[in-house]
Design a protein around this ligand. Structure first.
Ligand code: LLP
Length: 422
């Protein structure tokens, strides 16, 4: 099928303007279905939490809800977006290393199910706020297990200086915090959480993590903290270029659950629920960014194709040297004849979306389609150079619908007060 889920890229640009984020809704549904159907166990209750930081908007959250996912939110803004869709607050896990007092208040008011407590002072803030309420809440303690995994490698060293979580080198702090929370009578310490990195292709990293988590859960259990939940975070890889070999969802889910079963047996069988938090692996491959090619420019060593977006809608190449594949819509069957450097329109030399890609002859007005832009693209977008944020459309079975409107210049400036106000 040519186009995106049967809709021609040219038609999408004609109807919705350029640049444009497009998601293949069928692909999103397949990923949600794969995770929710494969992450099942006879031993444990299981939960897939969609990590909404990868792409948070009302339509995406509704889709996650449709598949029975819980939700990982990391700020008042992500929480607000979820609540506005009517998402069941008891299925929300609130993350973040510096939840502000106002965000904690907002989450308690909304009866968010679980706080993932990142540090000692946050625990104190929650206790101070919950003291005078007639509500209770669940918490997980975020642990820094000393494992860091990215792409092909994981390192088991005590990465003691992470800004996230309680280091396992300071177990006393964790025990004290857990006891304080538990003794309040208002907070149930359900268990522990860890997130070891992103774009992980090595299943062994999860095996290592699970062993550490069960061992530590046992230590908490032995000290009288009734932990039942282990949340293993996200990080599952996606395909961007042929260098990437993501582990199929079914396989990674099986490895995780099987290892959890073995470990639970080893420690005495008190763990009841296992959670994971995929973000990228659900939305990345379903997303495309469509740009219009503007000017072309030849320099002694490069052939540039300039597009009408750039680092403002996709910071990943500039920030992480992330690599992408792309094609020229309607020219898929023509032979590639030139290596192009795809550059954005932002006022910054580093605004290069693709350093070098062989493409058929590009012309002004062509539509360049960048693939796998569904995760951390729109969600990390900025207004640099006052480029308005593109629209986002979902395409399904030949039909498109706008899920985020294109920003206008008026939207971008409506909070600005020319004379200021006091
Ligand atoms: N859970 C927690 C606690 C996390 O911090 C993250 C991502 C996830 C789940 C989801 O991870 P995923 O499945 O998407 O890998 N901006 C970077 C990625 C940062 C990920 C931050 N945390 C990028 O564009 O590559």
């Amino acid at each position: 099928m040519s186009g995106i889920s049967g809709v021609k890229e040219q038609d999408l640009i004609r109807q919705y303007g350029s640049p444009l984020f497009v998601y293949d809704e069928h692909e999103l549904r397949q990923k949600l279905q794969a995770f929710t159907s494969c992450f099942r166990s006879e031993t444990f209750a299981t939960r897939v939490l969609y990590a909404s930081k990868a792409f948070s908007c009302k339509a995406m959250i509704s889709l996650a809800a449709e598949y029975g996912c819980g939700l990982d939110v990391v700020s008042g803004g992500e929480l607000y977006t979820a609540l506005r869709t009517g998402f069941d607050p008891s299925r929300i896990w609130f993350h973040g290393n510096n939840k502000t007092p106002a965000e904690i208040r907002m989450a308690l008011d909304a009866k968010v199910g679980t706080f993932v407590v990142d540090n000692e002072m946050e625990a104190e803030e929650i206790l101070a706020q919950i003291k005078d309420r007639d509500t209770e809440t669940d918490v997980l303690l975020r642990i820094n297990p000393g494992i860091e995994a990215h792409t092909h490698q994981y390192i088991v060293t005590a990465h003691v200086d992470s800004k996230f979580g309680f280091s396992l080198l300071e177990k006393d702090v964790i025990f004290d915090t857990a006891e304080k929370l538990q003794d309040s009578g208002k907070v149930r310490v359900r268990g522990i959480h860890a997130h070891i990195g992103s774009q992980i292709f090595d299943k062994q990293a999860y095996v290592e993590l699970i062993r550490k988590m069960f061992s530590f859960a046992k230590e908490l259990h032995d000290r009288g903290i009734a932990v039942t939940d282990i949340n293993l975070g996200g990080g599952f890889g996606a395909y961007y270029t042929p260098e990437d070999h993501p582990v199929p969802v079914k396989e990674v889910c099986e490895t995780i659950l099987q290892t959890c079963e073995e470990e639970n047996e080893r420690v005495g069988g008190f763990i009841r629920q296992i959670l994971i938090e995929p973000g990228r692996s659900i939305v990345a491959e379903a997303g495309y960014t469509l740009y219009t090619v503007g000017y072309l420019k030849q320099t002694p060593n490069k052939t540039y194709a300039f597009v009408d977006g750039g680092m403002s809608d996709n910071i990943r190449p500039a920030l992480y040297q992330a690599k992408y594949e792309a094609y020229l819509a309607g020219k898929e069957n023509l032979p590639a004849e030139t290596d192009y450097t795809i550059a954005g329109k932002c006022c910054e030399s580093g605004d290069i979306l693709i350093e070098s890609i062989p493409l058929p002859k590009a012309e002004k007005g062509d539509i360049l389609v960048m693939k796998t832009t569904g995760a951390y693209g729109y969600s990390m977008a900025s207004h640099y150079n006052k480029l308005p944020l593109p629209a986002v459309v979902f395409v399904n079975e030949g039909r498109a619908r706008t899920v985020i409107e294109r920003e206008s210049y008026e939207h971008m400036t409506e909070l600005e007060l020319q004379e200021g106000k006091s």
